[in-house]
Design a protein around this ligand. Structure first.
Ligand code: GUN
Length: 280
């Protein structure tokens, strides 16, 4: 059996088109501020892609590039300024930050109603109890991809590999909200292959190239690959060994062209939501 490919590029294009049409129809004035510190090449690519998506949707994007050696005070002052700027509906500080800056302190400084990443403690707490305004972009994008298969999450065995605050933990919550039976695996998990191979829906967010092999995957499973790993050759690869897993899974996301574009599309959606909340 050969898996059906879940086309994240096409699905993200459809979400962005929805957002664009909504902004046009309701004549919304939407603005997103993106803050980048230093010159990490991967962060630069992500930030450029976010700006492009804003253009496509009709969202004004404001970029703030600070030098790698900027002080935490400088960065916090910028966040304060953006919090108080009514033309800015969403604030995104691109992570990771240089090691002398305290990411947690910076994130907590962002006004929760402008926190379009949903990284602020109060937004994380709201996700936990299922009463949220913003969903974190990557897990929300994964849910859209799962929905696109037409498979109902309720009652399914769902396994998430990885327990980061940005992906693994909120992903588990979203699957749980849809009544999946959720297991979260991590580096201390025993019998990882055996646990994963029970999954009807398997989400890999490990950050290790080709980590998930065919023996870890149930026949016909939905496999969502969150990994974006750059190999020494320069090419991108996911956390899932695509060639062999795609022979066994029922559905699979490619890398690139799977989860990556969805993250940005969900950011656009969150920014419009932020604009609506702030205009109330
Ligand atoms: N770095 C990698 N992914 C993300 C993301 O979704 N948001 C932010 N702010 N930084 C990131």
């Amino acid at each position: 059996m050969s898996a059906k490919i879940i086309d994240g590029k096409a699905i993200s294009a459809a979400v962005k088109e929805q957002v664009r049409a909504e902004i046009e129809r309701d004549k919304l004035n939407v603005g997103l501020a993106v803050v980048i510190v230093g010159d990490d090449p991967a962060s630069r690519v992500y930030v450029n892609n976010k700006k492009k998506a804003c253009e496509l949707c009709g969202i004004k994007s404001f970029e703030y590039a600070l030098p790698a050696d900027c002080s935490e005070e400088q960065l916090l002052e910028l966040v304060d300024t953006l919090n108080n700027d009514s033309s800015v509906n969403g604030i995104l500080v691109q992570l990771p930050l240089p090691s002398h800056l305290d990411e947690k302190r910076v994130i907590e400084r962002i006004s929760p109603i402008k926190d379009v990443d949903a990284f602020h403690e109060s937004n994380v707490g709201k996700i936990m109890i299922g009463n949220y305004s913003f969903l974190p972009c990557t897990p929300a994008g994964c849910m859209e991809l799962i929905h696109s298969t037409g498979i109902d999450v309720a009652g399914k065995e769902c396994v998430v590999i990885g327990r980061s605050n940005i992906v693994g933990k909120p992903m588990a919550m979203l699957l749980l909200h849809e009544n999946g039976t959720v297991t979260v695996c991590h580096s201390k998990t025993k019998n990882l292959a055996e646990v994963c191979s029970r999954a009807d829906i398997l989400v890999a967010a490990v950050g290790r190239p080709n980590f998930v092999t065919a023996d870890m995957v149930k026949e016909g499973a939905v496999v969502i690959d969150v990994g974006i790993n750059r190999l020494e050759t320069g090419s991108l690869c996911g956390d899932v060994k695509f060639d062999e897993v795609s022979e066994k899974a029922g559905w699979i996301t490619p890398v690139p062209g799977g989860v990556g574009p969805m993250t940005i599309a969900m950011l656009m959606r969150n920014t419009v939501t932020a604009c609506r909340i702030q205009s109330k």
